[in-house]
Write a new protein. Structure first.
Length: 423
């Protein structure tokens, strides 16, 4: 299958839009269909964990992260195998946060094992929260050799010798809807991915860190908040949260609708789809109309899919097509977004929070407010606002990987909160 290089100008905005929603594709490439689905995998190796169909009780103790199946991934990104690393696709048990943590779930993930001997004490584990890929099953990163671009984040972690585990999140590639941006579910998925990785890699240690981008930045932040309770038995050292979707309630301010940027408008169908999982009574027509509502097969397709069609939708949007119909709808939306906003409670370890000052999807001031709230809760946070960078900018990754390395090395974490909070 041919991928185009040097995108035509009419499509550049759409590819940039995909990049704004998630750290998934290089800005010089259109979507490449050969990377959306992998060749048929080898037969699955089942293990002794009991299945956890939808509606089953939440796992407890050693059932959390227990493997339902595992299989090698022979078609993984060649840049990963060049490091001498191997990949294993797993299905593991976790907990749904939608029903208050009372239900069990099956989750797909990919575990990466570095080459070479493990250090004394075992290999630390880094759990990765990927950026937005979409809300339907075909958007599961594990279906792609590059995990829909996430191996770009995996690679520098493997070079440090860490075991790396990437969850697809609940509902991507498994039964049931994907509770997009429901933070408790995402936290459980990331933490149980650490347990799943330790079930795959015998020399993995109990020490772990989290890193996430955009949607995954919210997930890694939430994992930091749940590390002390749900993560019992593990040793959490910190979370690096890049362009985190920590608090989106600023979209609706004081009962009025803030003007939405183009990336925010195109992101709205995903957001509403996720909120519907938590609030089935939500009527999307109360918040979007026109071309955005008329083509759900386009607007709810994976971030890197149907780029030309998405551009067509984007060119047809009018100011009246997005935003609550009534003040009551606005207040309802604001309440729903506040319910999933972070922080919810104090984190169980230090955090790095990174934003680009040109982010027009998750505005820097929204994240700054979340950091201020985290400081009030007593968190240790290094808040880094990066000049000239936009949403999910890859230039922030090396510094975040070094920050994680410093936490594993036991170095004191920088603390913006102690210096008076965010700028």
């Amino acid at each position: 299958m041919r991928c185009e290089v040097g995108v035509r100008p009419v499509r550049t905005a759409v590819v940039a839009l995909a990049g704004a929603l998630a750290l998934t594709v290089p800005l010089t490439l259109t979507a490449c269909a050969t990377d959306v689905a992998s060749p048929a995998p080898p037969p699955t190796t089942s293990v002794a964990a009991p299945a956890s169909p939808s509606g089953s009780p939440a796992p407890t103790g050693d059932q959390r992260g227990a493997l339902i199946s595992r299989q090698p991934v022979p078609d993984i990104d060649p840049a990963i195998t060049a490091l001498g690393a191997t990949a294993t696709r797993v299905v593991y048990r976790s907990t749904s946060g939608v029903d208050g943590g009372g239900g069990g779930a099956e989750v797909v993930g990919t575990v990466f094992t570095p080459g070479g001997p493990a250090p004394d004490g075992g290999r630390p584990v880094v759990t990765v929260g990927h950026g937005t890929t979409g809300v339907t099953d075909e958007c599961a990163p594990s279906s792609s050799p590059t995990l829909l671009g996430t191996t770009n984040l995996v690679r520098p972690l493997l070079q440090r010798g860490y075991v790396v585990t990437v969850t697809d999140y609940q509902g991507l590639g498994t039964d049931g809807p994907h509770p997009y941006l429901e933070p408790d579910t995402a936290a459980y998925d990331l933490i149980d991915a650490v347990r799943a990785a330790r079930n795959v890699v015998p020399d993995a240690s109990a020490r772990w860190a989290a890193i996430g981008v955009s949607q995954g930045g919210q997930a890694s932040w939430s994992a930091a908040e749940h590390a002390g309770d749900y993560g019992d038995g593990l040793d959490f050292v910190g979370a690096a949260n890049l362009s985190p979707a920590a608090d989106l309630s600023g979209i609706v301010a004081d009962g009025t609708v803030e003007p939405l940027s183009l990336p925010q408008k195109m992101f709205l169908p995903y957001l509403l789809e996720g909120l519907k999982v938590i609030h089935p009574e939500l009527n999307p027509d109360d918040y979007m109309r026109g071309a955005l509502a008329a083509a759900p097969d386009v607007t709810l397709s994976c971030v890197t899919a149907k780029l030309q069609e998405k551009w067509t939708v984007a060119t047809q949007l009018t100011p009246a097509d997005t935003g609550p119909r009534t003040a009551a709808d606005a207040e309802r939306m604001r309440g729903w977004l506040q319910d999933i906003a972070l922080p919810k409670t104090g984190a169980s370890g230090p955090m790095l929070v990174v934003v680009g000052d040109r982010d027009n999807l998750i505005l820097p001031q929204w994240t700054s407010r979340s950091v201020d709230n985290a400081c009030t809760l007593g968190d240790v946070v290094e808040f880094d606002t990066r000049p000239g960078e936009g949403h999910a900018d890859g230039r922030s990754v090396p510094g975040a990987v070094q920050w994680i390395a410093d936490r594993f090395a036991g170095l004191p974490a920088p603390d913006t909160c102690a210096e008076g909070g965010s700028p």
